[in-house]
Structures are given as C-alpha cells and as structure tokens.
Design a protein around this ligand. Sequence first.
Ligand code: THU
Length: 132
Amino acid sequence: MDLRHVIEAARAASSKAYAPYSSFRVGAAILTGSGAIHSGCNVENASYGLAICAERAAVTRMVNAAANANDRKIQFIAVVSPDATPCFPCGACRQVLHEFGCEEVVVLDASEDPVRYPFSEILPHAFGLEDL
Ligand code: THU
C-alpha cells in the first residue's frame, strides 16, 4: 500500500472536520493489517470537552468494519491538518492507538513530506492489555 494513498485519505478526511469552535481541522487514516484504510475527522461539540479527535474517529470506524483481529490491527496511522504541520496525535489518542497495535505514526513536516515515527517513540513505556 502506497503511503501517499493513506496520507491523501487523511487529507480528504480533514476537509470533513466539524471544528466550529477551534477552527483546527484534523484528518486521520489508518492502514490495517489486512490492507484496508479507515479515515476519520475531528467532531467538536458546544460542550467543548466532548470533542472527538480524528484519530479516535478513525479507530471507531475501523473496529466497526472489522471481521477479525487482522482487520483491527493498525499498521500505521497518518495524521494531517491543514492548520498545523506536523500534527501529532494527542495523549489520549496515543493510548487508544496502542490498544490496536499501532506500529507507526506518520505526520507531515513543514514541506508536506511524510515523517514516520515508530510507535515506541510516540508512546514509550505504554500501558496495554499485556499488562493486565
Ligand atoms: N485534534 C484532533 O482531532 N487530533 C489531534 O491529533 C489533535 C487535536 C482535534 C481536537 C479538537 O477538535 C481540535 O483538534 C483542537 O484541539
């Protein structure tokens, strides 16, 4: 799967963002272990704390579509914002991405070039299901 293809899915998702309060639009796209792409955008609310991040929106779509564990294994997630480069996942999203074995996070640098980070750099010493 072409990395650029996944990044473009994230970029397209960012154009759907519902962000009337922050005006900060984010799109995310996941490539799964089975080669599917699931995207999501941020969805804000008049009750500000209820905002849903793009990354978690994408995870929700992935889990809903999955038929087996490979369908919900995250090879990588690309995160794109027209309002910030790079745009890294927030702490809460990092934890949720860890739940589904995310191996890499891809963001765009100021030149719009992709930069790949191993997940162990994104969330070192993560707590997960293996700790229970
Ligand atoms: N947001 C995301 O969707 N993902 C990120 O990686 C960072 C933040 C959203 C949440 C909120 O709607 C807006 O960006 C400003 O925080």
